[in-house]
Write a protein that binds this ligand. Structure first.
Ligand code: DGT
Ligand code: CA
Ligand code: CA
Ligand code: ZN
Length: 579
């Protein structure tokens, strides 16, 4: 559906009109249009096809025209014109959390601020704080917002970088003379965002291998090309680039180099200290004793072993607690342990596949259980189901479950937690479900006066007997939207007490809970549920990002409901329901 995109563009037009001092009625018509489009359950493209666009309340002649333009050309000319008229740095100011159009106009007109740099200067020298309508608190919020904006977008999300890196490693592996290839760096550690991709290969003739690497199709720019190292960039969406470093090392150093270039820097510093205490030396060439005799280097295990340590799984190389001997690395959750996915959508709401198709794909992955969790009615933009439709959908799921063998299909829903803390479906409907994921989608920003905080809403949902799991508990979108202001210790404590699962949403845009929260949840005894929130069978493959996140949080197999036996899983679900 293009509806969400069109709604966003209408909002942007309204912003720009407002920034250029347009009359409020015209501005408002675009905002209303955005809401009308967001509230539609039908695809705009279908409405255009069937000539029914203007029958939608809130979409008048000119907005309808824009929608047709967008479908035909992928752009709205008015938006392009506005972008030319408004100083180019101003719209960016609107992206700062805490800056609305009125504030932007004000700093522009009264302080001459035209971009983020100008705004930072006005904060630094105190002019902003003294502007009427700002004050200390709001300036602090704006400063934080700028920091967030500037820190995001420069690093590449895990789920974008990993497939690119895998395709490149495959191509490097096919270069003549290359014996083995591994991904290193933050990507091997499963960090949620990646600065650059580090690839390591074993070969003798480095110059030739690097030469072939920098000439691979897909390379956009060559940054460096030498005898042991090549650096290139590949293209990303939105005109961005991702740097990829290839290092070529000889067999006897491969393990040492892999260890060194996997990092993290902090982990390596600690490891070198251990070597230093024995008067040994550890670097990317190997581990050497006081007489420079090589003790290890060909593989990573040998290095850790020589230093009296078990091999540390890369996601745990954080200089946190991996050297203390408290974590049993053999217990760490593995992707192969995952046998269930308990949050996914079908064509009944905003998914692209049927119940049968999702079940077949899950079976092919060797899963024993899935839960179909389509959206509830208030998620209008995601085609959420009314009570009646959900009742029928649950019946449909059960009918399919009867027919399909080899994988158990739970009939569930993803129920919205409303701004007042109530759930979008009545208890009797929730009780009919086998599994309920409760999530906040609406009003994620701080509620206005009288509205409950995100924490209060989440706690209210946790207290409901029929809520099995809280979906994407903080609502953050990596590089795009900050987490809600959730009191995580309180949520974790309540989840533990009520036997409510907390989700690690495995979609790479979310990874929510994040690794630090995973640790917090586990310390409190919470059971995690790692789910892809799949909107198509393809999305099942995102499970690995959730598992990497769980591993960085030191989650064990027994901490995760998706890794339990079929019986164990059902027992865990019915535990909370008191049945
Ligand atoms: P990134 O790329 O920012 O996401 O993070 P990393 O961890 O991939 O960092 P990167 O690409 O700069 O370097 C890869 C690894 O190489 C890093 O994790 C540890 C190692 N490394 C790089 N430079 C140094 C250094 O100056 N000292 C030490 N001990 N290790 C380094
Ligand atoms: Ca890197
Ligand atoms: Ca690097
Ligand atoms: Zn969902």
């Amino acid at each position: 559906m293009i509806n969400a995109e069109v709604a966003r563009l209408f909002e942007r037009i309204a912003d720009l009109l407002e920034l250029s001092g347009e009359n409020p009625f015209r501005v408002n018509s675009y905002r209303q249009g955005a809401r009308a489009v967001e509230g539609l359950s039908e695809d705009l493209a279908v409405l255009v096809d069937e000539n029914r666009l203007e029958s939608v309340k809130g979409i008048g002649k000119s907005l309808a025209q824009h929608i047709r333009e967008f479908i035909a050309e992928g752009r709205i000319p008015l938006l392009d014109q506005l972008r030319e008229r408004v100083p180019p740095g101003l719209p960016k100011l609107l992206e700062i959390p805490g800056m609305g159009p009125k504030k932007v106009i004000k700093v522009h007109e009264e302080l001459g601020v035209a971009d983020i740099e100008g705004l930072k200067a006005a904060i630094a020298d105190g002019r902003l704080e003294h502007l009427a309508g700002f004050g200390k608190t709001s300036v602090k919020k704006i400063a934080d917002g700028i920091a967030f904006l500037e820190s995001s977008g420069t690093r590449t999300p895990l789920g974008v970088a990993l497939p690119i890196a895998e395709s490149l490693t495959e191509q490097v592996g096919a270069i003549a003379g290359v014996k083995r290839v591994e991904i290193a760096g933050s990507l091997r550690r499963g960090e949620e965002t990646i600065g650059d991709v580090d690839i390591l290969c074993e070969a003798v003739d480095g110059e030739r291998v690097v030469g072939a690497f920098v000439a691979l199709p897909g390379v956009r720019r060559v940054l460096a090309s030498g005898a042991t190292k090549g650096s290139v960039t590949v293209a990303l969406p939105e005109d961005r680039e991702l740097q990829v470093d290839l290092r070529v090392v000889p067999r006897e150093s491969f393990g040492a180099a892999l260890q060194y270039f996997t990092g993290s820097k902090a982990h390596n510093v600690r490891l070198r200290e251990r070597a230093g205490k024995k008067k040994w030396k550890l670097n990317e060439y190997g581990l050497f004793d006081a007489k420079d005799k090589a003790l290890a280097g060909e593989d990573e295990e040998g290095i850790y072993k020589a230093l009296g340590l078990p091999w540390v799984p890369p996601p745990l190389r954080q200089d946190r607690d991996e050297f203390e001997g408290k974590i049993d690395f053999d217990d760490l959750l593995q992707l192969a342990d995952i046998r269930a996915d308990l949050h996914m959508h079908t064509i009944a709401s905003d998914g692209r596949n049927t119940i049968e198709e999702m079940a077949a794909a899950a079976k092919a992955l060797g899963y024993h259980t899935i839960a179909i969790c389509d959206h509830s009615k208030s998620s209008v933009i995601a085609n959420g189901l009314t009570v009646e439709r959900m009742k029928k959908h649950l019946k449909d799921i059960r009918a399919v479950a009867k027919r399909v063998e080899g994988v158990r299909i739970l009939a569930g829903c993803e129920c919205d937690i409303l701004p007042d803390g109530s759930l979008d479906y009545p208890d009797d409907l929730l009780a009919e479900c086998d599994w309920v994921v409760a999530s906040i989608h609406l009003a994620q920003g701080r509620g206005g006066t009288g509205k409950l905080s995100a924490t209060e809403r989440t706690l209210a949902a946790i207290e409901n007997r029929w809520v099995s799991c809280i979906g994407h508990p903080t609502g953050r979108l990596i590089n795009r939207r900050e987490a809600m202001d959730v009191d995580m210790p309180a949520v974790v404590a309540a989840a533990a007490k009520t036997h409510t699962c907390l989700e690690i949403n495995a979609a790479w845009q979310r990874l929510d809970l994040k690794a630090d929260h995973v640790r917090m949840a586990l310390a409190a005894g919470v059971t995690l549920s790692i789910n892809t929130d799949a909107h198509s069978t393809q999305d099942f493959l995102q499970m690995r990002y959730g598992v990497l996140t769980a591993q960085r949080g030191a989650a064990r197999k027994r901490d995760v409901i998706n890794a339990m036996t079929p019986a164990g899983l059902l027992k865990r679900v019915s535990g909370k329901r008191g049945g």
